[in-house]
Design a protein around this ligand. Sequence first.
Ligand SMILES: [Zn+2]
Ligand SMILES: [Zn+2]
Length: 359
Amino acid sequence: MKNSNQNAFVKIFNGPDRPLQSETWPLPETVGAGEVLVEIALATICGSDLHTLSGQRQVATPTILGHEAVGRIVKVGSMREELAPGDRVTWSIADSCGTCPACTEHKLPQKCQSLFKYGHAPNSDGTGFNGCYASHIVLRQGTHIVKLPDSLSDRVVAPANCALATVLNAVSRFPDSCQSVLIQGAGLLGLYACALLHERGVEHVFCVDIQEQRLAQIERFGGILIDGRAEHYPQSREKILAAAEYGVDAVLEVAGVAALVPEGIRLLRPGGYYGFVGMVHPNSQLALTGEQIIRKCLTLYGIHNYAPWHLEQAVQFLQSSIDKYPYESLVSAPFPLAKLEDAVKMAQTQEWCRVSVRA
Ligand SMILES: [Zn+2]
Ligand SMILES: [Zn+2]
């Protein structure tokens, strides 16, 4: 769908049982202080978008979904001297106030008391240009915007502002001394974690999954393949224990499956770290005792989204490792945004880590 200079093309979500709607909206003629109008070059379909589309997650409608994207600046409001029209950028998924306790003392701007998240707000909020399944988006005053080098293609960089920045946040909590890590899940987050830990010099980066096409990617991203399928797992488990006799230093949960946690706890060494990232849904009750955590002196922690500095580091990481890992191969060629329904169907097949769309 081609846009005239004055109009934007948007896809509206009205609820899980309703068809996506195509609309043409007039572009804002001006932008407010700190606001930036961006023309979206490419957006990707995140797992959480699929959850919303299928009704597993509730959002206020009508809304424009989509939060992973890359684009080019069209208009810049005041107080954004570092930015100019034409700049190619990505941006933090969270817009935060910068002054509340979460933003300052707690260093968790993603939990700001007046938090706004792109792709999660109804059209009645602000300008309505709140999501990435559109030709344009209006970024707000409290949004961190990162300029992008030309060396990173749209397909490489689009998932950075959700998946990669979140994983970077999660692994940054592992102690520097980690030499063995088990990653549970070889989806996009798991593969990013493989590359991040491999680049950090972790000697044994184990990654477990049960899907054949996911298993096939692990070694390409610096991980050691652990085949989680029942008939192969006992042998794979031996591989972990041969390298980490007393258990692994850390486990990262990015599969979203609560049933994997007891095995993660068993495989951790005393004093180990366990990061929970994937189980962002209510069906995540853990079969775990306090005694197991205490006797093993474990540290368990949850990671949800990230702070601006993680997004900066994510882009730097892609830049420094782009020649070593085939990031682009994880993201499909773009579907036309007008056919977002087809892109969603493709995303549901899980043939790609990410399916991309472009207006
Ligand atoms: Zn996401
Ligand atoms: Zn705040």
